[in-house]
Design a protein around this ligand. Structure first.
Ligand SMILES: [Cu+2]
Length: 84
């Protein structure tokens, strides 16, 4: 089990945090998701044998959000999300 904090781009409201949390929790192996709108982060506790960083990333992409893996100040604007 491991915990990873993802920098999620494109979240603009509470609805976004809910869809991010919901889609991550739907993944096999994900046990806990805590999303912070103000920080733009999602802390995910998951079983690394069942899912992976890439999988977390791709499920977020599917629902219209991005993951900033560079961890720098650069923030690409991702189109989509619940507010579209
Ligand atoms: Cu939203």
């Amino acid at each position: 089990m491991q915990t990873e904090t993802l920098k999620v781009t494109g979240m603009t409201c509470e609805g976004c945090t809910k869809s991010v949390a919901h889609s991550l929790k739907a993944l096999n192996g994900v046990h806990e998701v805590v999303v912070s709108l103000s920080a733009g982060e999602a802390a995910v506790r998951y079983d690394e044998h069942l899912t992976s960083h890439d999988q977390l990333k791709s499920v977020l992409k599917d629902v219209g959000y991005g993951v900033d893996s560079t961890n720098t100040a650069q923030k690409p604007q991702v189109k989509g999300g619940c507010c579209g």
